[in-house]
Design a protein around this ligand. Sequence first.
Ligand SMILES: Cc1cc2nc3c(=O)[nH]c(=O)nc-3n(C[C@H](O)[C@H](O)[C@H](O)COP(=O)(O)OP(=O)(O)OC[C@H]3O[C@@H](n4cnc5c(N)ncnc54)[C@H](O)[C@@H]3O)c2cc1C
Ligand SMILES: *[C@@H]1O[C@H](CO)[C@@H](O)[C@H](O)[C@H]1NC(C)=O
Ligand SMILES: *[C@@H]1O[C@H](CO)[C@@H](O)[C@H](O)[C@H]1NC(C)=O
Ligand SMILES: *[C@@H]1O[C@H](CO)[C@@H](O)[C@H](O)[C@H]1NC(C)=O
Ligand SMILES: *[C@@H]1O[C@H](CO)[C@@H](O)[C@H](O)[C@H]1NC(C)=O
Length: 383
Amino acid sequence: MEETFVLIVGAGPAGLGIAACLTKKFIPYIVLEKEDCCASLWKKRAYDRCHLHLAKEFCSLPHKPHAPQAKKYMSKNDFIEYIDDYVLDFDIRPRYFHSVESASFDEAKEKWLVEAKDIFANASKFFVASFLVVATGENGKGYIPNIPGSNDFKGDIIHSSEYKSGREFQDKNVLVVGCGNSGMEISYDLCNSGANTSIIIRNPVHVVAREMIFAGMHLLKYFSLPIVDALVTLASTLKYGNLSKYGIYRPNEGPFLLKATKGRSPVIDVGTIAKIQSGEIKVLTGIERINKSKVIFEDKVELSFDAIIFATGFKSMACEWLKDYDFILKNDGFPKNHFPNHWKGENKLYCAGLSRMGLQGVSKDAIVIANDIEMVLRTMLRN
Ligand SMILES: Cc1cc2nc3c(=O)[nH]c(=O)nc-3n(C[C@H](O)[C@H](O)[C@H](O)COP(=O)(O)OP(=O)(O)OC[C@H]3O[C@@H](n4cnc5c(N)ncnc54)[C@H](O)[C@@H]3O)c2cc1C
Ligand SMILES: *[C@@H]1O[C@H](CO)[C@@H](O)[C@H](O)[C@H]1NC(C)=O
Ligand SMILES: *[C@@H]1O[C@H](CO)[C@@H](O)[C@H](O)[C@H]1NC(C)=O
Ligand SMILES: *[C@@H]1O[C@H](CO)[C@@H](O)[C@H](O)[C@H]1NC(C)=O
Ligand SMILES: *[C@@H]1O[C@H](CO)[C@@H](O)[C@H](O)[C@H]1NC(C)=O
């Protein structure tokens, strides 16, 4: 049984950000991480051509701005390098291969009891902490919808988090399901690699250029959200025109409002739209069912595919291990309280990186959580 002040579960950007803030405050902590490295989402589960789609000033962690010479839109590898430097700079030493299996609050002792499986040693380890921070991310597990017949599909079914590059799909008929940023970018990548690419677009989406979001994020400092939304929508309409003939419809709410209220990001176009307009990427309607190698669509069209890539999002897995999750989370693993009060629960339980606000949200959470822990510790020590 090992005791510490703060136990942080997860060594992604959120867990590392909090660790750095606590290091600065000389507050002892332990970070447990199930993988063999930090930022495993970026190192193991992101496709090769992935770049940060927000400018670097919105993607840094506390106490370490990106270098002036870093590219405005960093590549995955540049971002990974930044994270590895971060870990060294703040001397963060996550316990790798430690998968947290359960965490519960001991009312009598007023402490958190945490059980982790040491995967390397194949043994259970127990920890006690006054504060517990959930930093296991919004992308715990890839979500694939249940489609009749999918178990008997003759080709490959993969989730976007397993997709690396289009190389292995050259000359194949590939169907991408989902039109968020991952689905759109993977379609583009597949098409460039010589795959016959189709994408299913069913939900309304805002398609924007990354510079529009960059301008919008700065304009938000001076103008109200509806005004910025109107400007960004206007800019997007001027650039892309009316895309409804390709099955792409704009939501009624503006892009920043949708992000703030529902956590839905606009699609930042990397070149996919031009390929849809030229017919290189085909847009299809929803799937009704699958029969061997054939996909039957809602409009009764039947087409054969060699592979289906589901870019249909992720599930937070925190409720699986956090037994007392109702102190802070809903059943779906996301915070009970609305932004900006989402990060604090009862009994010294916190969550970072679950507000669907990307790295900027991760960084803000880390700062407020570390400050709150410091404040609570001060009062505890005074009494
Ligand atoms: C393809 C892709 C591109 C993205 N691009 C951007 C972008 O451009 N800009 C942006 O702001 N955001 C982007 N995001 C959002 C992304 O979620 C954040 O950037 C960031 O990685 C979130 O950090 P996190 O620490 O909250 O979660 P994660 O990075 O997911 O880290 C969670 C960590 O917890 C570990 N863990 C999970 N369960 C356990 C357990 N039970 N025990 C121990 N450890 C556990 C995991 O192994 C992981 O290392 C992108 C996401 C994806 C998938
Ligand atoms: C790990 O430990 C469990 C029991 O503690 C045992 O059943 C299992 O075989 C072990 N696995 C390996 C790979 O050693
Ligand atoms: C490419 O995919 C489309 C389905 O979107 C299909 O109609 C077409 O026949 C495919 N082309 C080839 C050469 O297989
Ligand atoms: C886009 O075009 C469709 C038909 O071509 C039309 O019905 C729709 O009103 C147009 N949308 C806008 C916003 O102009
Ligand atoms: C699947 O397709 C075959 C013909 O290719 C047909 O005989 C069979 O009934 C279909 N199955 C379903 C469940 O639609």
